[in-house]
Ligand binder design. Sequence first.
Ligand code: PMP
Ligand code: GLN
Length: 380
Amino acid sequence: MQFTSKLPNTGTTIFTIMSALAAEHKAINLSQGFPNFPTDPHLNELVYQYMKEGYNQYAPMAGVPALREILSHKIHQLFDFKPDPTTEITVTAGAAQGLFTAIAAFVHPGDEVIILEPAYDLYRPAIEVFGGIPVAYELKAPRYAVDWDEFAGLITPKTRMILINTPHNPTGSILRKADLEKLEALTADTNIIVLSDEVYEHLIYEGEEHQSVLRFPQLRERSLAVYSFGKTFHATGWRIGYCVGPAALMAEFRKIHQFNVFSVNTPMQYALAKYLEDENTYLNLSSFFEKKRDFFLSTMRGSRLQPLHCDGTYFHLFDYSSISQEPDTAFARRLTTEFGVAAIPVSVFYSDGRDDKIIRLCFAKTEEMLEEAGALLQKV
Ligand code: PMP
Ligand code: GLN
């Protein structure tokens, strides 16, 4: 049979490749980003309770009202803006589906979408499958900051969307208030949509505040912000998140969403609605993960892998250039097969393959696992 691939240059995602390699070699898997500790038993109980009570049929297309209402309240508390739960919030099957649906809804063939590279690997294929043209702004080690004057040079009459991600995967950098203000000024009086990937909103350190697009009145009029319960509640396998945006954009988003997943699993939505009533469930996450980051770094002290900086996310970058000059893909593979710790090479997130000899390690793990990994990495 013959067919023309829509994504001729896309292979299997690095997360699948490295997790499979880790399993094959029984390596500690610090590659793909997921916690190895359990979800809160109370949250699990709530899911089971709603299942037993019979909440097992289709949820409303946009999400269970109680969940959208508590999310509206949460956003109001955090970002001083109260989205209308009826028209401005949609529950999605993970942030991935939210991002993909937003791109599907607004990117036409020939439209340009500016992304920050190194970029999470979903963005580029999602843009390309709808005929869009990804335009990369290259963030550079070690700080991975945006120079907004340089960034402005990428905007053309064809720019349909700007896709940002803060806290940023894979670099662990964050956008600050001044960054968002620059973005707000740059996009004022344009038809550019901002798609803001904020899945690590609660994983931000040193007392920094997460700068959501939703905090900025002009910016939020043109923005869709995407979140993930998988990241927030250690449940990446549940595939549930949400998208927030102004009613007109959200109506368009839902046109796609209704025929893509229709709606998201019902008992988990009810359980999350109840669970979110206690704001400590998410407000304590930063200190929880900051401790893990610091513990992991303490186990790495003395290693020849040089830590970069991590302001957010549960990823830490390490420079291995004092150990080897081999490509980062080869080094990550060798770390897995010879030293027993799986890592992600950062070059795969750059479209030009830029290789700064840097790998990403995930520290969303128990102290036991981090200690064991640290000991193995000391030997490299
Ligand atoms: N965006 C970023 C930056 C991510 O790291 C991930 C993966 N966790 C996602 C989106 C997708 O999130 P989810 O698992 O909720 O689909
Ligand atoms: N976001 C996760 C990471 O960066 C992976 C998600 C996935 O495998 N789809 O590691």
